[in-house]
Design a protein. Structure first.
Length: 161
């Protein structure tokens, strides 16, 4: 992507507010059904992927059609409940993930455009300050704080082998 401006839009405040309200409503509706895990907890759990879904479905079918094979320590009702909840949340998760990805991509594009143009302004002011243009130095001094600690690194000298 080498266009001058990758994306050009403004989200109207009423659209933003409606979207934020919809997310608040979503969070309120699903709050009793959602749990938060630590990174450590997540690492210890089995992950159900696309190949595991049909397997679990088949096990549920067998627990119902062949109950004599259900071990006494296994709760087939909880298995069915957990899988039902997983399936329901999976229907929610996929479109949420898609929208989160789209929001992230749009933020990346708009952030890229804004930062690129801001750097153009900064470089112009920097040059103006070098040329003693009135007011440029104070603007430059304020903006250059962003780049403090990012000085040019000296190339590492190489020794001949």
């Amino acid at each position: 992507m080498s266009k001058e401006n990758e994306i050009s839009m403004v989200i109207p405040p009423d659209v933003l507010q409606a979207g934020l309200q919809a997310m608040t409503t979503f969070a309120t509706i699903f709050k009793p059904y959602l749990k938060a895990l630590t990174k450590e907890e997540r690492k210890t759990l089995l992950k159900m992927g696309d190949k595991s879904i049909p397997f679990v479905e088949k096990v549920i079918e067998y627990t119902e059609s062949e109950p004599e094979f259900v071990p006494p320590y296994m709760n087939a009702v909880e298995l069915k409940n957990d899988f039902s909840t997983f399936t329901a949340l999976n229907q929610v998760f996929r479109p949420l993930t898609e929208q989160a990805s789209n929001v992230n991509d749009t933020m990346l594009l708009t952030g890229h455009d804004a930062y690129k143009v801001a750097l153009q302004f900064y470089n112009y002011v920097k040059q103006a300050a070098k040329n003693n243009v009135p007011n440029a130095k104070s603007i430059y001094e304020e903006l250059k704080k962003r780049f403090e600690g990012q000085g040019k690194t000296e190339p590492t000298p190489t020794t001949p082998a």
